[in-house]
Design a protein around this ligand. Sequence first.
Ligand code: SF4
Length: 487
Amino acid sequence: MDTQVIFDDDSPREECGVFGIFGTTEASSMTYCGLIALQHRGQESAGIAVADGNRIRLKKGMGLVSEVFAPAEMRSLAGHIAVGHVRYSTTGTSMASNAQPLLVRHRLGQLAIAHNGNLTNAYDLRKQFEEEGSIFQTTSDTEVIAHLVAKSRGNSFQDSVVEALRKVEGAYALIAMSADTLVGARDPFGIRPLSLGRLNGMWVLASETCALDAMGAEHVRDIEPGEVVFVDHDGLRSVQAMEKQGDALCIFEYIYFARPDSDLEGLNVHAVRKDLGRRLARLFPVEADLVTGVPDSSVSAASGFAEEARIPYEMGLVKNRYIGRTFIQPTQSLREFDVKLKLNPLKRVIKGKRVVLVDDSIVRGTTMRHIVNLLRDAGAAEVHVRISSPPYRSSCHYGIDTSSPKELIASTKEVEQIRQHIGADTLHYLPLEQLLEAVGSGAAGHCLACFTGQYPVRVPAGTAKYVFEDSGDSAATAGGGGDDGAR
Ligand code: SF4
C-alpha cells in the first residue's frame, strides 16, 4: 500500500540541515548525534559520509536519522572526517536518489557534498551541462555543484571548490569533503546559516548551534557570507572566496525554523521569539483568560505574550510527537483528521475560556482555520489569534518550501478577510519594524522577501516554482530545497 506524507501543517518548511566534523575517530557517531539535533530541519532522508584520509564511505537512506542508521552500520563508517545531512522534501520529490550527501569521483579523487538551500542558477547550469553531454543521477542542485567541481581545472581540491562556488548563485550552506579535507561554505549573502565550533581540537560545522551544544562543542563563530573554510591536518584555513554581498540571513530562522536553543548572529532564538510575543502583547492587547501557543515553534512567543499581558500561559494544544513522517494514504474524509491527530486541544483547559492563540505565521490559512475550529469545538468562548511575524505574501526561492503566491492567503486577502477565513474573534500580525527591532537590524540585515517581495539574490523566472505549477506539473517543488525535479 502506498504511503504518503499527509501531515501538512501549513508552515514554511526548512529543507535541510548540514553537519561536518574533522579530527576524531568517532566522526560518524558524532555526526549521527549532530544530525539528531538537526532533525527538525528535515525528516525525509538522512545521510553520513565518512573519510579516513584515503577513501570516503557513504550511508544514506529515506527516513529519520534513527531509522536510517543502525548501530552496527555506524561501526563500519570508520574515519576521522564526516559530513552529514538531513533533508525535507514534499512528496513529489521524495526520492532516495536525492538523499545527501552526494558522493562522486572526479579527476582529483572522491567528493562528498551536502547542502542546505537553493541555487537560483542551477537550472541554467544543469541545462548547459546536459547539452554538453553530462549525465545527472539526481534532481538535486547539489549535483550541479559536484559537476562544477569535477569540471574545474583547478590544481587542487581547494581551488576546484572555490572555482565551482564562484559560479553558483543563490542561497546555500554547504559542507563537503575530499578523502582528507573538510569544507564549509556560505553563499555571499549568508541566507542559510552555518556555524563553526571547536571541541577538544576538533573542528565542527553545523547548520545550527544546537548541534554544537549536543556534543559539547564551543561555538567559535558563524561562517561569514562568501567565506569558505578548509580543514585538514594542517588546521583550518579561511578563504573569502566570494565577495560578501550583504547580511541576509533568512529571518524565518528566528521566527520558525531554528530550534529555540540555537543562537543566530549572537542572539538566542527562544529569547527573540519571546520578545516577539511581548511586542505583540503591547501592540495588540486583549482581555482573555489564557494564552496558548501552537506547539512547538510558537511556545516561546506565546510565553512572551503571556508574561507581558499578565495572562496565564496554558498548554491548550497537545502535539502528538509520535505520528511519524508517513501515514497510509487516506480518503478525502480521513484528511479531516490530520490536524486532529497532530494537535489535540485540552478541553478542560479551554472550555469556557477566552483564548489568545499565538502562532508564528499563517501560510495558506488552512491549518489555522482548523486549529481555531478545534478550540471552538473544545468550548473556547473567544479565540484571539496573534501572529509573531508580518503577513507572509511571497514565495521563497532560497530553499524553503512554501506554496505558490496565489496560495499564500496574505497575498490575496487583507487581514480582516483572513480573520473571517480562519474564524477568529480578532487577528493581528506583528509589524515588520517590530520584527526588525527584535533581531536588532535594519531592513538590510536579513532576507525578508517572503514579507516584502524584495529578493536579495536575483530570482530568474525559471526558478520560480509556480511557473511549473501553472504549467500543470503538480509535482513541482523546485522553489525549495535545491530540488529542480520538475524542471
Ligand atoms: Fe527566509 Fe523568506 Fe527569505 Fe525564504 S524568502 S530565505 S523563507 S526570509
